[in-house]
Ligand binder design. Sequence first.
Ligand code: ATP
Ligand code: MG
Length: 242
Amino acid sequence: MDYALEARNVAHSYGRGAQRVRVLDGFSLSVETGAFDALMGPSGSGKSTFLHLAAGLIAPDSGSIRVGGTEIAGLSDSAAAKFRRRRTGVVFQDFNLLESLTVAENIVLPAKLDGVRPDRARLDELLSALGLEKLRDKRPGSISGGERQRAAIARALFRKPGLILADEPTGNLDSAAARSLCALLSDLNKSENCAILLVTHDPIVAASAGKVHFLKDGKIAGTRPTGGDPDAVARAYMETCK
Ligand SMILES: Nc1ncnc2c1ncn2[C@@H]1O[C@H](COP(=O)(O)OP(=O)(O)OP(=O)(O)O)[C@@H](O)[C@H]1O
Ligand SMILES: [Mg+2]
């Protein structure tokens, strides 16, 4: 089996000395190439921490994290940033779009940072796939939360990464916008052949993924197929995490 993301026995703590808190301990999770998985767990259980580790934004105390077969746990900060811009698309809840740039400029920024001339046809393709054509020259501050979220997804997809990491991407959206974002992610997962690991608190959102992993007490306490059934996901969450 090939994996887009494979974490083995990861430990991560914050703070020093008496303040030290171990958030992840014996954490193992894998996402198969091209799969769409969700990650659920109580608030404070370490979901965002794991996405930051998988994106190479922070380094684990110990353990192995492979993205598309490359071990990222030991990369230097600059190598990790470069790797992330090329191979991983990251979508955070606060979008991280730059207000001084237009939607289109934000989308091509990671390529520009690597000195790569942005592919205009790819930009047009994504603007159209995400319904952003009319907004390409707008600033993030003058478009809606759902539109900003779609722009952040277009930026994450621009360089055809093998893996998208998304942290509660529907967190700021109303339920209709959340549903349409889930349908969009599910379509992009197939059309772009890109694996997705999606963190969410919402069983309806998690049910749009193929599998869901439950995080509790620093490790994955269970993984199951969603069957596209939010009620089954909610029941399994209650059984595993409460
Ligand atoms: N930079 C940091 N320094 C110290 N502690 C941190 C830091 N970031 C997170 N923590 C702590 O680590 C734990 C896990 O945080 P994390 O943000 O990963 O949780 P989460 O599962 O994403 O929660 P939520 O569902 O509320 O977003 C929490 O107890 C949090 O307070
Ligand atoms: Mg979080």
